[in-house]
Design a protein around this ligand. Structure first.
Ligand code: B12
Ligand code: SF4
Length: 510
């Protein structure tokens, strides 16, 4: 079996500033094959954007039929489809299976592509060995749970596979497989899966089915210890969708972390919902090394918070931020612009909220109504969803990653907003937050500023290597922000008064 983790250039010029993280989806599946002593290889498009040469070398050690397991998200599905075509052209009798979030959400659409033989929907750890043996023996997998397939031109979708309820039953994540290249960053881990909530824009339920499952404290600590000792990681970011969905497990985890002699100098970041963050739990976490908390605030409109099913109030968000800051946490937050019923005033309130509550790192994303979400259904029904070929506009950071001279096609725009006005508003939101002497000083002086997600690098040499791309970014930003300032003269532009206020505050602070 050959596993392929597909990727697309979602981050544009910012790519060198993001760590290359392990391909977790295929990693968990390879751990199972390793346990069963089944021979496999993997390629990762994050490291090699044209992996056919690498694949051609690997197949030499595999018996026929070659089985290619391709993992993809929505924005990378074009890469996945392109690759399946290249594979079928080069190895016509190979078998291609596509899995991951996007195929799990859109099996019919993916199977409309003749180069994809099967789609697997959901978690595949319990099925991957059977899939391997059946396909290698020439048997059909059409009766297996989780499989979607084509027959006589029609697509058939079987029942979803069973979820892995006990994550401790899985073999350890095979970190050592990824050591062969020095490019991966090992400072991340996933200690739970699924999220019981049902936010209208969030697609994680396509795989996790809203069932929260977690590794025991002992198992999580062993994995952290491995990362801290063998992989020399001192700052570890938890990638769990909803880290705090079960409080007793967090308290147990904190205690186990504190008892570990290998984790004395480690710090952690995590993402959580405000409602789950009480003073007692935060204090316990801080004492155990958790130092950064990431909130998905999304919006400051109570009505929209309700519409999108966030199930938390602005007051709860405010309190959670205040308590976190008081205890000493670094607070990072995400806002989502372009939500239905959102107005310019609401967007402006979001920026002011971030300033008033002194949030250290703030991101302003445009909404992406991913397939298999209620927002997707709603916007599609209203005929307001704009899907560019191959989902090329399904990116939440369009304004930042698209070059200044390219028109932005937002997947959805609320009433009254245009692509031009939204671009200016998002840029202005960033300007208002970051055109601040102290913040800029912090960004350039604190190597941990981006909380294990964004970094200039650990050494001066890392920064030096980035000089060419920093130069291009400065050019791109100069152009973007110049266009934003010029928009003062247009009806859909930003306000000159607001702009002057930001400059005034900047000069007052230095
Ligand atoms: C960790 C993570 C990241 C990491 C690491 C990604 C990586 N290297 O794989 C980082 C931070 C780099 C990242 C980046 C991005 N991410 Co991300 N990320 C996640 C997160 C939190 C966990 C993913 C994960 O590892 N889950 C655990 C594994 C076990 O689950 P899994 O990948 O689904 O795999 C299982 C099954 O799907 C199946 N399976 C998977 N592949 C295959 C293949 C075959 C053949 C078979 C049989 C089965 C199978 O078996 C696996 C084991 O059970 C998810 C949220 C989530 N819950 O999925 C968001 C999420 C996947 N990311 C998302 C997005 C949008 C992105 C970015 C596009 C963001 C951006 N604008 O840059 C980039 C794209 C990166 C890329 N590869 O192109 C969205 C995806 C939405 C979508 N429909 O596409 C999610 C759902 C977040 C969200 N709520 O919106 N991400
Ligand atoms: S709380 Fe987070 S992970 Fe859970 S459904 Fe909402 S956005 Fe998705």
């Amino acid at each position: 079996m050959i596993f392929i983790n597909t990727a697309s250039n979602t981050t544009g010029l910012f790519k060198p500033f993001f760590p290359i993280t392990l391909p977790y989806g295929i990693g968990f599946l390879m751990a199972i094959l390793k346990q069963y002593k089944i021979y496999f290889n993997y390629v990762d498009q994050q490291l090699n954007s044209s992996p056919m040469l690498e694949i051609n070398e690997f197949v030499k050690n595999h018996s026929k039929p070659y089985i290619f397991c391709i993992s993809t998200l929505t924005e990378s599905c074009f890469s996945a489809i392109t690759l399946s075509k290249q594979l079928k052209t080069k190895y016509p009798d190979c078998i291609t299976i596509m899995g991951g979030l996007h195929p799990s959400s859109m099996p019919e659409e993916v199977l409309s592509n003749e180069n994809v033989d099967y789609v697997f929907m959901g978690e595949a750890e319990s099925n991957i060995v059977e899939i391997y043996h059946k396909l290698k023996s020439g048997l059909s997998i059409n009766d297996m749970r989780g499989i979607a397939f084509r027959k006589n031109g029609a697509v058939f979708i079987n029942d979803a596979p069973e979820l892995i309820m006990n994550l401790d039953s899985l073999p350890p994540f095979p970190y050592e497989l990824f050591r062969k290249t020095k490019k991966y960053n090992f400072g991340h881990m996933i200690s739970s899966r699924g999220c019981p909530y049902n936010c209208s824009f969030c697609c994680v339920k396509a795989v996790g089915k809203r069932k929260y499952r977690y590794k025991s404290a002992g198992n999580t600590v062993s994995e952290l210890e491995l990362l801290a000792t063998d992989f020399k990681q001192k700052e570890i970011a938890f990638f769990d969708d909803n880290f705090l969905a079960n409080k007793p497990r967090i308290l147990e985890l904190c205690e186990a972390i504190r008892k570990s002699k290998y984790l004395k100098n480690c710090t952690y970041s995590f993402q959580a919902r405000s409602r789950d963050l009480t003073h007692d739990i935060l204090q316990e976490m801080y004492a155990s090394g958790f130092k950064t908390v990431f909130f998905g605030i999304e919006t400051v409109s109570e009505k929209i918070l309700k519409n999108i099913g966030k199930d938390e109030t602005l007051e709860e968000i405010k309190t959670a931020i205040a308590v976190s800051k008081k205890i000493g946490f670094k607070v990072m937050a995400n806002f989502i612009y372009c939500l239905p019923e959102e107005t310019k005033a609401i967007r402006s309130d979001c920026v002011n909220f971030a300033l008033e509550n002194k949030i250290e790192v703030v991101k302003f994303n445009n909404v992406v109504p991913y397939p298999d979400t209620s927002l997707y259904e709603q916007t599609l029904k209203e005929k307001k969803l704009s899907v560019k070929p191959n989902y090329s506009n399904f990116n939440s950071q369009l304004v930042m990653v698209r070059p200044a001279w390219k028109k932005i096609n937002f997947p959805y725009l609320p009433e009254g907003a245009s692509s031009f006005s939204m671009r200016n508003e998002i840029l202005f939101s960033y300007f208002k937050i970051y055109f601040n002497f102290h913040r800029l000083k912090k960004i350039f002086s604190d190597k941990n500023w981006g909380g294990a997600i964004f970094s200039f690098g650990n050494s001066n040499w890392d920064v030096v290597k980035k000089i060419p791309v920093i130069f291009l970014l400065v050019l791109d930003f100069t152009l973007k922000f110049s266009l934003m300032f010029i928009s003062i003269f247009s009806a859909k532009g930003i306000s000159a008064r607001e702009c002057l206020k930001v400059f005034y505050h900047f000069y007052k602070k230095i």
